[in-house]
Design a protein. Structure first.
Length: 141
């Protein structure tokens, strides 16, 4: 299984956002353990660093970014992704780019806390909680 992670899932963990931290952390932990492949859109890395640097300084921002390439697939957005994103019927361009990356990488799901923002995506979106429930069902089968 392959998922594409939206930036808000990463921020939940990096910023210890309660009550979302625990489920988002579990999604990241299980990806790091190799239970499934997790894709991060390249632009999310720069946005994550920018936000974390302003939130708590360069040390946490750098430490967080340095650990990501070992555990996640980083997908660089290119001309094709941006053109596809412009054609998707999503309201927010950044969400459209995430959906385009999910398509391009063959992801089964987009994991996000903003599921309604991905209405119109060809890749279904679900919350971290919904994704973990989906995994539990698969494990039972």
């Amino acid at each position: 299984m392959k998922i594409t992670l939206d930036l808000n899932v990463l921020l939940d963990v990096a910023q210890n956002r309660l009550p979302h931290y625990h489920t988002s952390e579990e999604v990241l932990h299980r990806a790091r353990a190799g239970e499934y492949e997790a894709v991060l859109p390249g632009h999310a890395i720069t946005a994550l660093h920018y936000i974390l640097e302003r939130w708590s300084g360069s040390h946490l921002a750098n430490q967080t970014i340095d650990g990501l390439p070992a555990d996640f697939v980083i997908h660089s957005s290119d001309k094709t992704n941006f053109q596809r994103a412009r054609r998707l019927p999503l309201r927010d361009f950044e969400d459209s780019v995430v959906a385009s990356v999910a398509e391009a990488t063959g992801s089964d799901y987009i994991v996000t806390r903003n599921v309604p923002d991905f209405a119109g995506s060809t890749v279904p979106a679900m919350t971290p909680t919904e994704f973990l429930e989906e995994l539990a069902e698969i494990e039972i089968e």
